[in-house]
Each structure stands twice: as C-alpha cells, then as structure tokens.
Design a protein around this ligand. Structure first.
Ligand code: NAD
Ligand code: LMR
Length: 324
C-alpha cells in the first residue's frame, strides 16, 4: 500500500462537501489503492455540523481512510497537504451572477492562499468556490511559495454538462464522446468548444451545425448553474462534487491523451494574458497538466476567447484592493 495522501477539503460541512468527501474516501479521486488522511476545514460556527459529518464518515468505515481531522484554522488544515479542494464559500442565489460573489468570497482566499504555503510544494489545488477563476487567482497570488502550476479552477462541471447535452442530442452515451472542452471563465461567457470533438470517432461538427453548437447548446451549458438554482432552490452540489473528483483524478492519475478542461494560471497561451486563471484544453500525465497548444482557432472562438479575457480582467480589477 502507498503512504497516505493528506487531502484537505474546505467548507467540508456544506452541500458539496457532503457528496465530495464520500467520493474521495471511496478512492475515486486518487485511486482504489491509495489511502488518504482527510483534513477538513470549516468556519468556527459550522464546526458542530462538521462533527456530525465526521461521525458519518467514521460510520462508513472506509478502508482507505487512515485519519480524519477537523479544524477552523487554515494553516493546520493545509499543513503538509498533497491535495486541497477549496470549496468553502458562499453559493449565489437566484438572480445573482457568480461574479457578484467576489466581494463576499474573495477575502476568504487571501488567508487561505497564505496558509497554502504550509502545504507540500507539489500540492494540487482545485478551486471550486465561486467565482472560482478569480478566487483561484487570489489564492495563487498569496501562496507565493507554491508554484503557479499547482493552482487550478474547476470548469470540469461545464465540460461534463456539455457532454451530457451532446449525449442527449446525439442519442449516445457520454463515453462515446471525446475532446469537448471549455475556454475561459466559469461564467455565462464560457465557450464549450466542439471543434475537435468526436462521437464514436466521427467529428461532432459533421453531425451538428453551428446554429445548434453556437446557439442552444452553448447557452444551455453556460447558464446551467442558474437553471439548477432556479429548479432546485439551491446550487448544484452532487454534480459539482463529481466534477471536482473528475478534475483531481485526471490530474493525479492522467488522462491517457484525452483532452479535458482546467482553469490554469495562463503563461500567455492562445493570447490569454499571463497570470489570469483561464480554462484551457489540457492533457495530464505523471501528475502534471499540459496545455494543448497549436489548435486552430476560428474567428468565432477567438471572439469568445477575447470576451472571457475581458470578463476575467474585469473580475481581477474588482479585486485589485484584495490583491494589494
Ligand atoms: P454551502 O453553503 O452548502 O457550503 C459552503 C460551506 O463553506 C459552508 O459549510 C460554510 O460554513 C463553509 N465556509 C464558508 N466560509 C468558509 C471559510 N472561510 N473557510 C472554510 N469554510 C467556509 O455551499 P456549496 O453548495 O457547498 O457551494 C460551495 C461553493 O462552490 C459556492 O461558492 C458555490 O457557488 C461553488 N460552486 C462552484 C461550482 C463550479 O463549477 N466551480 C459548482 C457548484 C458550486
Ligand atoms: C454551477 O455552475 O452550478 C455553480 O457554479 C453554481 C452557480 O452559481 O451556478
């Protein structure tokens, strides 16, 4: 058996946490033979609720779980961690944009970013709390002892939503589809790109026209979070947890050449200003992600890439005081 990985989850008593912890504990993120120590962070008033969650985790008797710790101190939570799921933050309610959360949630990622300096240098950080691209940018800014490559934001839920829509439209299983990915921000401006996607080896663009791919499809994927809030009265939780598992599993165990979406700290790829946290097509191998470069970019895609740059620069400007 491998030595246990130390895995932190923030907002562990929240809705996403309630689904995410059981999937991590089952081996879905790090492998069926990889033990974990769970390090759970909550705000002080939520510690008693977290105690109940920990009781249930113990009652699940997971063979891979070698320890469960809970705290309200980010430095303790992140010390020596191999992986961190930054979930803890407020969800939006009906009528709000995700960017409206930045004033409430942005400051959380200042203290937590500093505390991430206590983790291993190789720590894999996924930011789920919204607006996740900009929260990731804030955390990365303050975690100056950890390389930029270790900070990611979650656009996998958008990618999974795109797969779900296409599978329904084409009458196939999601597993028959490959290489759909998301550009930009986890916001309504995002672009689900099907230009190199296939279904059972055939190009999706030969089967579905631009009127659908740039119309209903794009709109449904981009606004799905709001549609779920309207229908359920609460923001997506089980699907968000599942996407966070997919993201971390692919990063940790590799994608075998498949292209997936991750918000990463740009180094200027595809003209995206360096430093912005921007969703790009990546492949993962040996615990590292790599941007898929050299893709042909249509005029439409270029316009969407630019629109997302502007949206993210706007969010960055809105947190200029937080970034100091
Ligand atoms: P929730 O309100 O059910 O749970 C959030 C938890 O975070 C609460 O238990 C709260 O006490 C805790 N928390 C708040 N501030 C904290 C802090 N400073 N440190 C540690 N914990 C803290 O919300 P949820 O449904 O679990 O959603 C969490 C976040 O994830 C929201 O911001 C939501 O918008 C976002 N989200 C993102 C995606 C995505 O695709 N990126 C998808 C779904 C939800
Ligand atoms: C989602 O996409 O479901 C989440 O980001 C929640 C939200 O506010 O839309």
């Amino acid at each position: 058996m491998n030595a246990p990985l130390r895995v932190a989850v923030t907002g562990a008593a929240g809705n996403i946490g309630y689904s995410l912890l059981w999937r991590i504990a089952s081996g879905n993120a790090f492998g069926a033979d990889q033990p974990v120590i769970l390090s759970l962070l909550e705000i002080t008033p939520a510690l008693s609720k977290l105690e109940g969650v920990v009781m249930e985790l113990m009652d699940s008797a997971f063979p891979l779980v070698k320890g469960i710790e809970m705290t309200d101190d980010p430095e303790k939570a992140f010390a020596d961690c191999d992986a961190i799921f930054l979930v803890g933050s407020r969800p939006r309610s009906a009528g709000m944009d995700r960017a409206d959360l930045v004033a409430a949630n942005g400051p959380i990622f200042v203290g937590q970013g500093k505390a991430i300096n206590k983790a291993k240098k190789s720590v894999k950080v996924i930011t789920v709390g919204n607006p996740c691209n900009t929260n990731c940018l804030i955390a990365n800014h303050y975690a100056n002892e950890i390389p930029d490559t270790q900070f990611t934001a979650m656009t996998r839920l958008d990618q999974n939503r795109a797969y779900g829509q296409l599978a329904g439209k084409l009458g196939v299983a999601a597993s028959d589809i490959e290489n759909v990915f998301i550009w930009g921000n986890h916001a309504d401006t995002m672009y689900p790109d099907c230009s190199i996607a296939t279904v059972n080896g055939e190009k999706i663009t030969d089967k579905l026209g631009e009127d659908y791919l740039h119309g209903d499809f794009m709109k449904t994927v981009a606004t799905r979070g709001g549609a779920i809030i309207k229908a359920r009265g609460a923001s997506s939780a089980a699907s968000a947890a599942s996407a966070a598992i997919d993201h971390m599993r692919d990063w940790h165990l590799g994608t075998n050449g498949r292209i997936v979406s991750m918000g990463i700290v740009s180094k200027g790829e595809y003209g995206v200003p360096a430093g912005l946290v921007y969703s790009m097509p990546v492949t993962c191998e040996n615990g590292e992600w790599k941007v898929v470069e050299g893709l042909e970019i249509s005029e439409f895609c270029q316009g969407k890439i630019q629109q997302n740059i502007e949206a993210l620069e706007g969010e960055k400007a809105a947190v200029a005081d937080i970034l100091g």
